[in-house]
Design a protein around this ligand. Sequence first.
Ligand SMILES: [Zn+2]
Length: 253
Amino acid sequence: MINIQKNGLSFFQFPNLAEYPGICHGIFTRKGGVSSQPYDSLNTSLNSGDLETNVIKNRSLILQCLEIDNLFFINQVHGTDIVVLNKKDCQPPDYPVTGDAVISNIPGKNIVIQTADCQAVLLYDAHKQTAANIHAGWRGSIQNIIGKTIQKMEKIFKCNPAHITAGIGPALGLCCAEFINYKKEIPEKYWKYKNNSNHFDFYAVSRDQLCNAGVLPENIFSSSFCTKCSSSLFFSFRKNKTTGRFASIIGIK
Ligand SMILES: [Zn+2]
């Protein structure tokens, strides 16, 4: 991933998405914010236990950094509801909305997914000027929230999956994604992603789900970070339990 320093903050971009001037995107780390332990420091979640004033300040630091005036948050619940922001709709959804993915073709709506070990999966169809941001934790992953979001992009926004560019953000790696109770928690069709010590490769699950939905392998960029191994850089729930959430953002300019 590309590391960028701008207006006092550092963030990452996916090289394949960075080629498009029509979008704004960034994966922020836990560094550069104002929150104190255990939310140090760029925590963007109001539901983590952190002080609201600090979270609001952190969010404004991100706005300044990206030189944008708007962040669109959803109330993430590990489900598969997909929020649609369509400029053709006169009535936008009531805010705040609950869901685990957002699709938008509205310029200036910058969609945020907040994570600490789950994946944020960023999608962009340059032909249809449509972007999506998906919260793919293991619960969403085994319900194929990625495939469902792409189906909705096709149906509502007439996107062609072959035109979609995808980035899979920093998340728990195979090294740390241990599921002791996998026989109860994870459907058998996903057991092929398990190694001999009950660790699952959810990066591979997401790549396969993107490809099965019609995204071309050459248009997918996958982060190689493991959030637990890199917990000084990213918030990790498995590492710290009580911790913050880092922000992954994409929006049409
Ligand atoms: Zn790891």
